[in-house]
Design a protein around this ligand. Structure first.
Ligand code: R1P
Length: 274
C-alpha cells in the first residue's frame, strides 16, 4: 500500500475545503456506536468517506463512514462518524490519515472516543472513562518510515499524550453534571478477536484499565502534528474472563446506545470549554 504523502493529505483537505466555508478548529472521532453525536451538528455538510480522495472506507458495523463539518455548541468542528482500524487491513498511517487532514484544515484539538472493554474491576458496562494515557500494544506505529519534518519531529514526545488541561476540563464538567467519570489507561491491541482471559490478566498487570482496537495510532499522529488530545472511552462490556459470558460486537453497540444521553451531555458540555 502506498505511504501517506503530503500531496495526498493536501488533496483530501482541498476537496473538503471546496465543500464548505466552515474552517474546523476541533476534530472529533466517534467510536463504535457513538456516531449519535453527529445528529447534534448545526448547518452540517456531510461527506461520505468514499468521496474523499485517499480516504479509506468504514467496514465495521456501528461506523457510518461519513465526515460531518459544521457547528457544535458554537465551535467549528469536523466530526468523523466511524473510524478505520488496522484489523480492517489498513496500514496504521492510513487509519490516522483523517488526523493529518484535520491538521491541514486547521484543527488543533482532537476529541477521540471509542468503545472499550473494561479491565479494571471497578468498572461496569456503561461507564465513561477519561483516557489518562495509553499503551500501544498493536506492534505497529503510524510514524514508521522517512519522517517529514514539515509534519512533525522524528521523535515526538508522548509524556502528555492526553492533555492535562483538557482532562481537567472533562473532570470538572462531569462533576458539574453530577455523574461519575472513571479515569484510566487505554491499551490498544490489533484485534480483531477479543482478548483471552489470560491476555486480560496480563494487561491488568501491565497497568491497563480498558482495552480496544483503535485510538493509539490516531493519537500518535495527533501528537506528532502538535494537536492537543482529549480521549473518552465508553466501557461497553467487562473484558474477557471477568463475567462468565462471551463477548460480542452487538453487545458493544447496544451498550453505547444505552449510554448515549450521558455521552452526549458530557461531550456537549466539554466542547465550549476546549
Ligand atoms: C469491537 O467491538 C470494536 O469496538 C471497538 C474496538 O476497537 C473494535 O473495533 O471500536 P472503536 O474502538 O472503533 O470504538
Amino acid at each position: 500500500m502506498q505511504a501517506i504523502t503530503k500531496t495526498m493529505i493536501e488533496e483530501a483537505a482541498s476537496f473538503i475545503r471546496r465543500t464548505t466555508d466552515v474552517r474546523p478548529e476541533i476534530g472529533l472521532i466517534l467510536g463504535s456506536g457513538l456516531g449519535v453525536l453527529g445528529e447534534e451538528l448545526e448547518d452540517a455538510v456531510t461527506i461520505p468517506y468514499e468521496d474523499i480522495p485517499h480516504f479509506p472506507v468504514s467496514t465495521v458495523e456501528g461506523h457510518a463512514g461519513e465526515l460531518l463539518i459544521g457547528q457544535l455548541q458554537g465551535r467549528n468542528v469536523m466530526l468523523m462518524r466511524g473510524r478505520f482500524h488496522m484489523y480492517e487491513g489498513y496500514e496504521p498511517e492510513r487509519t490516522a490519515l483523517p488526523v493529518r487532514v484535520m491538521k491541514a484544515l486547521g484543527v488543533d484539538k482532537l476529541l477521540v472516543t471509542n468503545a472499550a472493554g473494561g479491565i479494571n474491576l471497578d468498572f461496569a458496562a456503561g461507564n465513561l472513562m477519561l483516557i489518562s494515557d495509553h499503551i500501544n500494544l498493536t506492534g505497529r506505529n503510524p510514524l514508521i518510515g522517512p519522517n517529514d519534518n514539515a509534519l512533525g519531529v522524528r521523535f515526538p514526545d508522548m509524556s502528555e499524550a492526553y492533555s492535562r488541561r483538557l482532562r481537567g476540563i472533562a473532570k470538572e464538567t462531569a462533576k458539574e453534571l453530577g455523574f461519575e467519570l472513571k479515569e484510566g489507561v487505554y491499551v490498544g491491541l490489533l484485534g480483531p478477536n477479543y482478548e483471552t482471559p489470560a491476555e486480560i490478566r496480563m494487561l491488568r498487570t501491565l497497568g491497563a484499565d480498558a482495552v480496544g482496537m483503535s485510538t493509539v495510532s490516531e493519537v500518535i499522529v495527533a501528537r506528532h502534528s502538535g494537536i492537543e488530545v482529549l480521549g473518552i472511552s465508553c466501557i461497553s462490556n467487562a473484558a474477557a474472563g471477568i463475567l462468565d459470558q462471551p463477548l460480542s460486537h452487538e453487545e458493544v453497540v447496544e451498550t453505547t446506545e444505552r449510554v448515549k444521553e450521558q455521552f452526549l451531555s458530557l461531550v456537549l458540555s466539554v466542547l465550549p470549554k476546549m
